[in-house]
Ligand binder design. Structure first.
Ligand SMILES: *[C@@H]1O[C@H](CO)[C@@H](O)[C@H](O)[C@H]1NC(C)=O
Ligand SMILES: *[C@@H]1O[C@H](CO)[C@@H](O)[C@H](O)[C@H]1NC(C)=O
Ligand SMILES: *[C@@H]1O[C@H](CO)[C@@H](O)[C@H](O)[C@H]1NC(C)=O
Ligand SMILES: *[C@@H]1O[C@H](CO)[C@@H](O)[C@H](O)[C@H]1NC(C)=O
Ligand SMILES: *[C@@H]1O[C@H](CO)[C@@H](O)[C@H](O)[C@H]1NC(C)=O
Ligand SMILES: *[C@@H]1O[C@H](CO)[C@@H](O)[C@H](O)[C@H]1NC(C)=O
Ligand SMILES: *[C@@H]1O[C@H](CO)[C@@H](O)[C@H](O)[C@H]1NC(C)=O
Ligand SMILES: *[C@@H]1O[C@H](CO)[C@@H](O)[C@H](O)[C@H]1NC(C)=O
Ligand SMILES: *[C@@H]1O[C@H](CO)[C@@H](O)[C@H](O)[C@H]1NC(C)=O
Ligand SMILES: *[C@@H]1O[C@H](CO)[C@@H](O)[C@H](O)[C@H]1NC(C)=O
Ligand SMILES: *[C@@H]1O[C@H](CO)[C@@H](O)[C@H](O)[C@H]1NC(C)=O
Ligand SMILES: *[C@@H]1O[C@H](CO)[C@@H](O)[C@H](O)[C@H]1NC(C)=O
Ligand SMILES: [Cu+2]
Length: 612
């Protein structure tokens, strides 16, 4: 008897181990990337980036713990590319992160790259091209990491993944944007808003009484969208891969790159179909053409033969919609507020004309300008100098973070637009933001910018929401914290692709000496550099002899002196204040002021630091 129990137990254990070992599998995708034709809004057929001859692109699906391998061949012929797996930590695999000239070389036409990493997270993500502003041409789709052990796994019957995005008729390369003909930096207006890559009205075929998990992903390039379902509320259970305590809500505001998972329970009656409504945030648009359809109707389809009514939008403006404030969400793991920071990085967003007459974006005084050597490759070839931020160049805005520091980023907005900022390699705690959300989101837009005051702010949450993309309100600020526990080169940037193009980015070089110990670049990635003719050793200027000599580095466009001096950026930057506060060593980078008014033209002055 005892024997047979033992043998049964051994048997069960063996089965369990087989189950465990087969659980973490390798999921391989072969992507042949070529141009294909598509007409997602029914208004205009255009060239889009397809995969294996298809567009819309496939959703990548893996289980938590799987190894994901993506073999990409760039068959575009005329454009370089790469893939960023948005929200993936790439812990120990920084070289697989995807942004060109940050962690890899651009993949030239005719060459191939292999991405290969384990997926230790769960939830809703997406993948997109991260080279030369190529994702708005269609190179973007969801990436889902299934997790059968999530706390809400038994709370739903089926799931749907829904993408939303803005859509342009022209290729990115044909759209005039950074130009002296556009000195205000007005973002190009999309022609349509897509729901799951179409405007034809999707029907989510549902059954009465069942509960569905909807995974919502804004894969757009520019415009945030409001989301709600007529006569149905829902529970938020995930944001950007972070499970949250189930929280009732009826309207969401989903900025580009953000994700929400919600549980929606169906009614018992099958008489009607209900509009799923998305409304573009028209506050982001400089002008609204009369033929631009801002809101769209799709359906929870209970009954295919019943009418499919158009949304009955009862508010006059999208700002009258009252979305759930993501700062109120509590992570399911109840991770506590991180302690006071070891390093504080204080930044201010400015949008300014530089001396070619075009409008650029700056963080403090730097408009991100790509280096000649991918920054990760500089880390790996610089030896001990990897801890000196100078080797990464003056215009990549690289900051060295020490391993396991608590880092706080204070981001002030000197601009009247909002900016969804994304940090690669982390989910950060969102601990402060002003002005409010929803109707209050634009409260500061018409007055003067308001900077974060460390000695006078609203209380930090006990269990702050965490996510990887968070919206900076117009002329307001936000404060985030994270632990530098993921050695790697991580770009921090506005996810509005137009603003990234204008330079709204900086680079965190997290624990450079640990990167050197942990990261090995696969031979295939060096082949990518050779094919692209891009150097993979040296400092930002490509100098392999003297890493502190940046002669020949790429530089941002020179200052328009008047605007520059009025703001006094010169005096503001590179001030580095260190102080002892209790036992913690606090460094403050930035300590910027905010302009009180638009600069006026004055006599040109000589600004030495910008000369070649
Ligand atoms: C990619 O697709 C193109 C067009 O179908 C084809 O000519 C090419 O051989 C394919 N390349 C690879 C590596 O599969
Ligand atoms: C992916 O990486 C693993 C671990 O380094 C390695 O064993 C495997 O061969 C790699 N697969 C491919 C397709 O490169
Ligand atoms: C997770 O559950 C789904 C069905 O609910 C099943 O198809 C899938 O195989 C499961 N995955 C794992 C890793 O158990
Ligand atoms: C959304 O589009 C994808 C890809 O075309 C498709 O597989 C999926 O069924 C669509 N989802 C819905 C709810 O229509
Ligand atoms: C959804 O159903 C409506 C009404 O039957 C139909 O007009 C529409 O084409 C359907 N949508 C799709 C994507 O099939
Ligand atoms: C959330 O909504 C459900 C269903 O409408 C309701 O039963 C529950 O009381 C709500 N919870 C809270 C905290 O409001
Ligand atoms: C649907 O019917 C079930 C079973 O009768 C009931 O428990 C549930 O509350 C009903 N749901 C709604 C939304 O009315
Ligand atoms: C919905 O779209 C229509 C047409 O584009 C527009 O007139 C209306 O103001 C929009 N409603 C909202 C709330 O944006
Ligand atoms: C579906 O809708 C049609 C038309 O309104 C109605 O006649 C029919 O009874 C409905 N079916 C169910 C199962 O509710
Ligand atoms: C739209 O909603 C308003 C307010 O709830 C209501 O008075 C009106 O009848 C609705 N219109 C339609 C066509 O359902
Ligand atoms: C603190 O902040 C509040 C809200 O922004 C403001 O009204 C108040 O004047 C500030 N107090 C001080 C002492 O700066
Ligand atoms: C990265 O992995 C280390 C363990 O190797 C862990 O301590 C750390 O929390 C991880 N960081 C992230 C962001 O995944
Ligand atoms: Cu932006």
């Amino acid at each position: 008897m005892a024997n047979s129990v033992m043998s049964l137990l051994a048997h069960i254990l063996a089965l369990f181990m087989v189950f465990k070992s087969t659980q973490a599998k390798t999921v391989t995708y072969d992507f042949n990337v070529t141009w294909v034709m598509a007409n997602p809004d029914g208004l205009y057929e255009r060239k889009v980036v397809g995969i294996n001859g298809q567009w819309p692109l496939p959703t990548i699906e893996v289980d938590q713990g799987d190894r994901l391998v993506v073999n990409m061949f760039n068959g575009l012929g005329d454009k370089s590319s790469s893939i960023h797996f948005h929200g993936m930590f790439q812990n120990r695999t920084n070289e697989m992160d995807g942004p060109s000239m940050v962690t890899q070389c651009p993949v030239a036409p005719g060459s191939s790259i292999t991405y290969n990493f384990t997926v230790e997270q769960h939830g809703t993500y997406w993948y997109h091209c991260h080279t030369d502003y190529c994702y708005p041409d269609g190179y973007r789709a969801p990436l889902i990491v299934h997790d059968n052990s999530s706390y809400f796994h038994d709370m739903y019957d089926e799931e749907f993944t829904i993408s939303m995005s803005d859509w342009y008729h022209e290729l990115m390369e044909d759209i005039t944007f950074i130009s002296r003909t556009n000195p205000t930096g007005a973002e190009p207006l999309p022609q349509s808003f897509l729901f799951n890559d179409t405007t034809s009205g999707i029907n989510l075929s549902v059954e009465p009484g069942k509960t569905y998990l909807l995974r919502l992903v804004n894969i757009g390039a520019f415009v945030a969208q409001y989301f709600y379902i007529e006569d149905h509320s829902f529970q938020i259970v995930e944001i950007d891969g972070v499970y949250t305590e189930a929280t009732n809500a009826s309207i969401l505001y989903i900025a580009v790159a953000q994700r929400y998972s919600v549980l929606v329970t169906m009614k018992n009656s099958t008489e009607k179909n209900y509009p799923i409504v998305t409304v573009a945030d028209s506050q982001l648009l400089d002008t609204i053409p009369s033929d631009l359809k801002l809101n769209s109707t799709n359906w929870l389809q209970y009954n295919a033969s019943a009418p499919h009514p158009q949304a009955n939008i009862t508010v006059a403006s999208c700002t009258d919609l009252d979305p759930y404030d993501d700062m109120n969400l509590v992570p399911y793991d109840r991770m506590e507020l991180l302690p006071d920071p070891d390093l504080t990085i204080e930044l201010t967003v400015y949008m300014e004309d530089l001396d070619n007459g075009a409008d650029y974006a700056l963080l403090n005084n730097i408009s991100y300008t790509a280096p000649k050597v991918p920054t990760l490759y500089t880390v790996l070839s610089a030896g001990d100098l990897a801890t000196d931020s100078l080797v990464y160049g003056e215009f990549t805005h690289s900051m060295i973070l020490e391993h396991n520091q608590v880092v706080e980023v204070i981001l002030n907005n000197g601009d009247t637009g909002s900016h969804p900022f994304h940090l690669h390699g982390h989910q950060f705690q969102v601990i402060n933001r002003a002005p409010g959300y929803g109707a209050h989101f634009y409260d500061f837009a018409d007055g003067d910018p308001v900077a974060y005051d460390p000695s006078n702010h609203t209380a930090f949450p006990e269990y702050p929401a965490r996510r990887d993309t968070f919206v900076l309100p117009p002329q307001g600020y936000f404060v985030i914290r994270f632990v530098a526990d993921n050695p790697g080169v991580w770009i921090f940037h506005c996810h509005i692709d137009w603003h990234l193009m204008q330079g709204l980015a900086m680079v965190m070089i997290e624990a450079p000496l640990q990167i050197q110990e942990r990261v090995t670049i696969p031979e295939n990635h060096y082949e990518v550099c050779k094919a692209a003719g891009v150097q993979y050793e040296g400092n930002a200027a490509g100098n392999t002899e003297d890493y502190l000599d940046l002669t020949g580095q790429n530089k941002q466009v020179g200052w328009l002196p008047a605007g520059f001096t009025t703001k006094g950026i010169v005096a503001m930057v590179f001030s580095c204040i260190s102080a002892f506060l209790g036992m913690a060593f606090i460094s403050v980078y930035g300590a910027s002021g905010i302009p009180k008014k638009k600069p006026e033209a004055t006599e040109p002055v000589d600004v030495a630091s910008t000369e070649n």
